[in-house]
Ligand binder design. Structure first.
Ligand code: SAM
Ligand code: DTB
Ligand code: SF4
Length: 328
């Protein structure tokens, strides 16, 4: 190479999907489209980036349940709400190993460990690192969701082999204070920054059906889509209403509005795995099929989420067969 030859630098950003800026208005306009037009657009975007019949499966395990100091209005694990969920200690290695082995046998590709912490202590991270190593030794991808992280904690998890860190924005910034009073949106965004900088894949999404407006759903999606780059994994949860939580008794969301949220996430975050997450147990098969048509290409797999139920493996296998879906 001669000294005069131009050197083309590859910006790290160029390795990801280019992040288009999405205004809340533009995202809301997608929500307003006729249902068929919206689904057609979402399916087109989906097929540009993914095999439309392939669905990724993650199995969840609650490694530290209940007694959480945060007051998230949706969550059965908050110590502020009387839901009957008992506070437990961190699960031991042998129990986690057995659950991860069962996930492999059932055909999951990722194992996600969740803890009811506001933020882990450094000695918690040391223990989780051991669990992650065990999960990785079984050939699974590892995901953790442990609450807010400092930068060194994020680096320690990355070093241990964590592939994805789940940390949801949950709702629009302006709705956040109605749902949670013990932390602010900016703290969530700071953790997402630490996760990104440490080199883990970002898994971030939210919950719909918490009484929010369509504009607020658009606000959540815009916030996620404008992260640069957008998250690699976007869980869209429908609120699982648990007796004793402040949000129990909220008016149920129209299922088509849930499908619309999936479609809008797909269009605005074209290369993300959009996960049809909590809420599937109460959802009919036809609505789930519409979610896959709208661009959902990931699910939580196994009969339990963290503390609440999920369709059992047999029901999901049957649904995959009926729809001609393939697990990846
Ligand atoms: N404590 C950590 C945190 O909040 O980031 C990790 C575990 S927390 C249970 C993970 C996510 O589960 C929350 O961000 C929320 O999106 C979801 N979640 C909790 N309770 C839910 C419910 N009742 N229905 C739907 N999603 C729920
Ligand atoms: C996510 O977005 N949904 C999952 C996972 N990330 C950790 C959790 C859903 C929890 C539903 C209520 C429960 O089972 O406690
Ligand atoms: Fe705690 Fe997470 Fe539940 Fe909030 S969502 S109460 S931080 S476990």
């Amino acid at each position: 190479m001669t000294a005069t030859q131009p050197i083309h630098l590859v910006r790290p950003q160029a390795l990801h999907a280019s992040s288009e800026r999405w205004s809340v208005d533009a995202v809301e306009a997608l929500f307003e489209l006729p249902f068929n037009d919206l689904l057609f657009r979402a399916q087109q975007v989906h097929r540009e980036h993914f095999d439309a019949n392939a669905v990724q499966r993650s199995t969840l395990l609650s490694i530290k349940t209940g007694g959480c100091p945060e007051d998230c209005g949706y969550c059965p694990q908050s110590a502020h709400h009387d839901t009957g969920v008992e506070a437990d200690k961190l699960m031991d290695l042998a129990t986690v190993r057995a659950a991860a082995q069962a996930a492999v046998a059932a055909g999951a590709s990722r194992f996600c460990m969740g803890a009811a912490w506001r933020e882990p202590k450094d000695r918690d991270i040391e223990k989780v690192v051991e669990l992650v190593r065990e999960v990785k030794s079984l050939g699974l991808e590892a995901c953790c969701t442990l609450g807010m992280l400092s930068k060194p904690q994020a680096l320690a998890l990355k070093e241990a082999g964590v592939d994805y860190y789940n940390h949801n924005l949950d709702t629009a910034p302006e709705a956040y204070g109605r749902i949670i009073s013990t932390r602010v949106y900016e703290e969530r965004l700071a953790t997402l920054g630490h996760v990104r900088e440490a080199g883990m894949n970002v898994c971030s999404g939210g919950i719909v059906g918490m009484g929010e407006s369509r504009r607020e759903r658009a606000g959540l999606v815009a916030q996620l889509a404008n992260l640069d780059p957008h998250p690699e994994s976007v869980p869209i949860n429908e609120l699982v209403q648990v007796e004793g939580t402040p949000l129990a008794g909220t008016d149920k969301l129209d299922p088509f509005e849930f499908v619309r949220t999936i479609a809008v996430a797909r269009i605005t975050m074209p290369t993300a795995y959009v996960r049809l997450s909590a809420g599937r147990q109460a959802m009919g098969d036809a609505v789930q099929a519409l979610c896959f048509l709208a661009g959902a290409n990931s699910i939580f797999y196994g009969d339990k989420l963290l503390t609440t139920g999920n369709p059992d493996i047999e029901r999901d296998e049957t649904l995959f067969t009926r729809l001609g879906l393939r697990a990846v």
